[in-house]
Design a protein around this ligand. Structure first.
Ligand SMILES: [Zn+2]
Length: 118
């Protein structure tokens, strides 16, 4: 696979964005939030995500070491992406692939990431 531009949104469409992602990097995580969310993630530099609407509807949930900002829509509750800083200092975004248009998440083979043991 290669990097492509995808459109995504939350359930109520308040939050809409475009993002450049390579779905070959898809992963699923077993940490306390991901196991409840059921999300499959792919990551990109934050600069590759363009928020088209909904900046005022983005909640900011943090827990544990507070390294990530979980961005849930304050209207419908769907977490479309999470923001953080990669170990090399790059502002990074993890995108919930289930929120992208035209992506069949069940046809991907995400790597399993052991976030629980961090
Ligand atoms: Zn929403």
């Amino acid at each position: 696979m290669s990097t492509q531009t995808y459109s995504g949104s939350c359930h109520c469409q308040a939050v809409k964005f475009k993002v450049d992602l390579d779905l070959a990097g898809a992963l699923q995580c077993n940490c306390s939030i991901c196991s409840k969310l059921g999300a499959v993630w792919a990551f990109a530099p934050r600069a590759k995500l363009e928020l088209q609407s909904g900046a005022e509807s983005l909640g900011d949930y943090q827990f544990g070491k507070k390294r990530l900002h979980h961005r849930r829509c304050t209207h419908c509750g769907i977490e479309t992406f999470a923001e953080g800083v990669a170990p090399d200092g790059t502002a990074t975004v993890g995108v919930n692939l289930r929120c992208l248009k035209g992506v069949e998440v069940d046809k991907l083979t995400p790597k399993q990431y052991d976030g629980r043991s961090l």
